[in-house]
Design a binder for this molecule. Structure first.
Ligand code: NAD
Length: 286
């Protein structure tokens, strides 16, 4: 396929465009992921809390039975928050290992490409202990890469200082309204790749921004394609979600054109600094 890959700090490679399945019900996930794989996606992003690992796994099983090679798929899931506030010591480690086993079992896989800590919940200070369990999963060969999601510089620094495995990437909210300039610079300094969640701004106001509509018209593309192209040319990994087959295809068809410096300047100007999701430093759901 023509989707570029990003080299990770452990030598692994991740497709720069993947398929996200947040808010896709388990019963619909199989059809959505099937459509995505048929369209050419090879990377899928799910999470235990999305409750669609089984439906996703069903589509992966079909793809593998149909001749797609396991090594060509790139499957990510995430450890949910439940209970991790008290996940200290050996008991905490075992709870992480059990959560991992449950996800892998639902996905129907015998290894995972990437496992992420979904939220840092810094108020509990348990993420470092969780990370030690991730290191064990990595050492045991159950997962090819480990990373984090929604971490800030403070939590990343703590991992860098107090553990021996650097996260391959940090998956954070990122789109032209909220481009995460400082965090991206921090990642670059430390060899951590940046992965964007809600790369299309959840399909809300971002896709009707007049400045973006103008760029889309200039290139004969849709605004969604312009935004995803912006992610790719920014070196960011993006995992757009859609359950609409035409959009699933459209979101992957972003390699045949190039944004120029003028486009980049116009896109920079739509920054609002406003998040769609919660501030990860305060977020503490179970
Ligand atoms: P997104 O930015 O990918 O937007 C998806 C929505 O945009 C769709 O539901 C649809 O309404 C619209 N859309 C998609 N393609 C379109 C197109 N071509 N034209 C017009 N509208 C289109 O939002 P998302 O689902 O929030 O984020 C993507 C993925 O990121 C999720 O599915 C999930 O895998 C991941 N995610 C992770 C976290 C986290 O905490 N780690 C949080 C949110 C999302």
């Amino acid at each position: 396929s023509t989707i570029p890959t990003v080299s990770l700090n452990n030598g692994a490679h991740i497709p720069q465009l993947g398929f996200g399945v947040w808010q896709v019900p388990d019963a619909e996930a199989t059809a959505a992921v099937r459509t995505a794989i048929e369209a050419g996606y090879r990377s899928v992003d799910t999470a235990a809390i999305y409750e669609n690992e089984a439906g996703t796994g069903q589509a992966l099983a079909e793809a593998l039975a149909g001749g797609v090679r396991r090594e060509d798929l790139y499957i990510t899931t995430k450890l949910w928050n439940s209970g991790t506030a008290d996940w200290t010591g050996e008991q905490g480690r075992d709870a992480v290992l059990r959560a991992f086993d449950s996800s892998l079992d639902k996905l129907g896989l015998d290894y995972l490409d990437l496992y992420l800590i979904h939220w840092p919940r810094p108020m509990h200070g348990s993420y470092l202990n969780v990370w030690k369990a991730f290191e064990q999963l990595l050492a045991d060969g159950r997962v090819k890469s480990v990373g984090v999601s929604n971490f800030g510089p403070e939590q990343l620094t703590r991992l860098l200082e107090e553990s021996s495995v650097v996260p391959v990437l940090n998956q954070v909210e990122l789109h032209p309204h909220f481009p995460q300039r400082q965090l991206r610079a921090f990642h670059a300094q430390h060899g951590i790749a940046t992965e964007a969640w809600s790369p299309l701004g959840q399909g809300k106001g971002l896709l009707t921004e007049p400045a973006l509509v103008k760029i889309a018209e200039k290139h004969g593309r849709t605004v969604a394609q312009v935004v995803l192209r912006w992610h790719l040319q920014s070196g960011v990994i993006a995992i757009p979600k859609s359950v609409t087959p035409s959009r699933i295809k459209e979101n992957l068809d972003v390699t045949g054109f190039e944004l120029d410096a003028e486009d980049f300047a116009a896109i920079a100007a739509v920054e609002t600094g406003v998040r769609l999701g919660p501030d990860p430093q305060d977020f503490d759901w179970n």
